[in-house]
Design a binder for this molecule. Sequence first.
Ligand SMILES: Cc1ncc(C[n+]2csc(CCOP(=O)(O)OP(=O)(O)O)c2C)c(N)n1
Ligand SMILES: [Mg+2]
Length: 184
Amino acid sequence: MRRQDATKLLLSFLSEQPIVSNLGPTTDELWHLGDRNRNFYTYGGMGLCSSIALGVALSTGEKVVSLDGDGSLLMNLGTLGTIGREQPANLVVVVWDNERWSQTGPQPRHTATGTDLDIPKSTTVSTEEELETVFKEALSSDGPWFIVAKIEDVEPLPVSPIEPEVNLHKFRQTFIGPPIRLGQ
Ligand SMILES: Cc1ncc(C[n+]2csc(CCOP(=O)(O)OP(=O)(O)O)c2C)c(N)n1
Ligand SMILES: [Mg+2]
């Protein structure tokens, strides 16, 4: 499974739900596939994607989707403990697991040599068909959901021209400001 195709698939099931994306290629692919005010890009903040998504989930009743990476999640496993404690029914964590730090290497990481990120109310998928089935279920039922999606390592897209302060402002506005402006 390729993350770009898989991301496109997930987007086809989402409308206004907030998405928080891991730094590097996950963010670049999401931006290229469709920048929108409800995307929050964790530029440079390795390990913080699902922590931020947890915070967003706890402050809204909406489904919140975290698109994390294996290396980043493993760098901040504490976030899983906090998700377990808070039990946000509206959080869906998808971990793109290419078994490496792709952005800076590739350097093989823990999941290349045995570590399994699969945990309760969770599943591992390796095809778009499997991803579609479980993602639809995650969107329509209580979580927290944790989806480990095995993906190939591919050539990166050009780095996306995201300005973090502008991104934060737009994202916040979708919760506290005027009507949501998707695609701006
Ligand atoms: C605290 C910190 N350490 C290291 C980096 C450098 N860095 C940026 S992306 C990355 C790898 C991320 O791996 P993963 O989450 O698996 O995403 P992938 O690149 O495989 O898509 C590293 C080590 C960083 N940005 N912040
Ligand atoms: Mg990785």
